[in-house]
Design a protein. Sequence first.
Length: 139
Amino acid sequence: MAYTFQDYYRTIRWLFRWTGLVLGLGLGSLLLFLPPPWLTALGLPATTPWWMVRAGGAALLGNGVARLLAAQEAEPSLGLLVGTAIGDGALALVLFAAYFQGQFQALHRLGQAGLLAVFTTCLLSVLTVLTFLRTAYRR
């Protein structure tokens, strides 16, 4: 699709590409493919059930690929927008609650910075989608 100055979906396309790369291909690939000693070196406890980490990585990777493909659509569907807001909002709430419960204290600074980047990306994603849904661009 050719982009013009009248492309009302430019922000949403950028959002889908950014979150698809950062959350999906980035964090999802790390959680899915990094060996347990590397994840332990980042601060995850050695007693972590690794199948849960791998399942979360697989879900994020699949979600990221779906977002990258959705960025190529002529018009984003309402279901995709609502699903993005709910999924990213839930992830942001989980990270927010875990932070205030002190569950990130064992993580190293790199792990904490990565989770802060993920939280910020999720929060911006939710705010952008909700703002977009409130505008008159939707038919």
